[in-house]
Design a protein around this ligand. Structure first.
Ligand SMILES: [Zn+2]
Length: 338
């Protein structure tokens, strides 16, 4: 095996055999923000064979403090994160096949990616996407490593389908989340620590050291140097809709509106089947009776009260001027009767 991996091969749990297994493996990373760039760099350096990375955003200056693959030039040119990450990762290790997707990570997009991947790392910033990932993990029998960080705190948990509890089982027992990077801030070492654990879990899984995988829910505060492990073996629920005996995979069959607050943008994105079912002409007619409408081949743009609303063909809308999903949804309801 090449000299570049010699120190990793010397580590007995990896060895030559593990290094070959890594080269044959395919990891999906959902999100190319702080966690995603840290984990992508680590796995590419370690010699994983194929990496797929999905992100819908572009690079901004506020990302540079902790999103380690990006440069000032990327921010200046608004380069999509997936593309900027791929460019940098290929400079680091050209033997790794990198697939970069500039997309919203919804169930339809992620399903085939889960089917192709050996393992998935969570590098998202929201629970809606995580719940979709959780359903897909059980549905496609693909393990994933949940990870989150905010302020100086971080947590992670490895989900092995049909073996460990799933994220849904855990969330009904303990409150997770609430704080976001936009309200509570974040320091880079908290990111590095979550990513280090996620990468380590990936290495264990991919080099066939599966008995070494962490089965507890891990929580830490790097500023306080505190670290907790919580036993979750008893919380796997028979009636869990994702991993129980009667599975409905609620986040894969969700016909409701899908609402996303876009981090730090004062904007809410709504993806809605009801909206997709309305013809563009009908939307135009309804809106024209209330306010002034700008329309082109791709979108309808209106100003209403203190908001700007952009409705794309295909059922996606951006509501500028609010960070509140309820406000955005009720606005769309008032305008279009959805
Ligand atoms: Zn479950």
């Amino acid at each position: 095996m090449q000299e570049r991996y010699s120190r990793q091969i010397l580590f007995p749990p990896v060895g030559e055999k593990g290094q070959h297994a890594l080269a044959d493996s395919h990891v999906l990373i959902v999100g190319a923000g702080a966690l995603g760039t840290a984990s992508a760099e680590g796995l590419v350096r370690s010699g994983v064979g194929t990496l797929t990375i999905v992100d819908r955003d572009y690079v901004e200056y506020s990302n540079l403090q902790r999103q380690q693959l990006y440069t000032e030039n990327d921010a200046k040119s608004h380069v999509p994160k997936a593309i900027a990450a791929k460019r940098r990762l290929e400079e680091i290790n050209r033997d790794v096949h990198i697939h970069a997707l500039i997309e919203d990570a919804d169930a339809d997009l992620l399903r085939p990616l889960f089917e192709q991947a050996d393992l998935v790392l969570d590098a998202t910033d929201n629970f809606e996407t995580r719940m979709v990932m959780n359903d897909l993990s059980l549905h496609t029998n693909t393990p994933w490593v949940y990870g989150a960080c905010v302020s100086s705190q971080g947590m992670y948990m490895t989900i092995l389908p049909n073996e460990t509890p799933c994220l849904s089982c855990v969330l009904t027992t303990m409150p997770v989340g609430g704080l976001t990077c936009d309200t509570a801030g974040i320091i880079s070492p908290a990111v590095q620590m979550v990513s280090a654990y996620q990468q380590t879990e990936a290495l264990k899984y991919l080099t066939e050291n599966r008995e070494q995988i962490e089965r507890k829910f891990v929580n830490f505060d790097i500023w306080q140097s505190t670290f907790f492990k919580m036993d979750i073996s008893h919380i796997k629920r028979q009636d869990c809709p994702t991993c129980g005996t009667k599975r409905t995979y609620p986040y894969l069959n969700d016909q409701r509106k899908k609402t996303t607050v876009l981090c730090g943008r004062d904007t809410v994105q709504i993806m809605s089947k009801d909206l997709a079912n309305l013809s563009f002409q009908l939307i135009k007619e309804r809106l024209s009776s209330i306010c002034e409408v700008d329309i082109n081949d791709f979108l309808i743009h209106v100003r209403f009260e203190n908001y700007r609303i952009v409705i794309f063909k295909g059922g996606r809308a951006l509501i500028h001027g609010t960070n509140d999903g309820k406000v955005a949804n009720s606005l769309l309801a008032r305008l279009l009767g959805l």
